[in-house]
Design a protein around this ligand. Sequence first.
Ligand code: FEO
Length: 160
Amino acid sequence: MTNELKQLIEQQINKEFYSAYFYYGIAEYYRSKGLDGFHAWFEAQAQEEVEHAEKFAEYLHDREISFRLLPIEAPDCTFADLREPLARQVEHEKLVTSLILAIYQQACDDNDILTRSFLQWFVTEQLEEEKTAKELLEQYDLFAKDNATGLYQMNKDLHR
Ligand code: FEO
């Protein structure tokens, strides 16, 4: 594996942990607002992000490549209203998709077939993550934004 590719994966491990941190922050925000369903939903998202980081770390291990754990940036988890975290999740997942595609492009440039194959799962997963985040925002706008009963129901539905 080229050093460029290894460094991108190392940074991605960091970004996945950052995503987990960000979603834990959102979960805490919703908990502070009394929305336990939204809290549970984002806590589960955070756990999934840790699993993503672990997948990358395991892949480097399987390729016998050592890597560093980089410092995790503190996410900005101050929100103007209940809608903002949902909109920021959509933007964040789009950013993560672009990062995954950049790693994929590097693997193509390097003709690293093993890494291209490994990244397939993440490419599909990102499409799904973007879709889920957009749907959540749409649901909020349709049913909960100006409607306490809708918000109550959505919070109930988000319990896993
Ligand atoms: Fe690891 Fe939500 O992307």
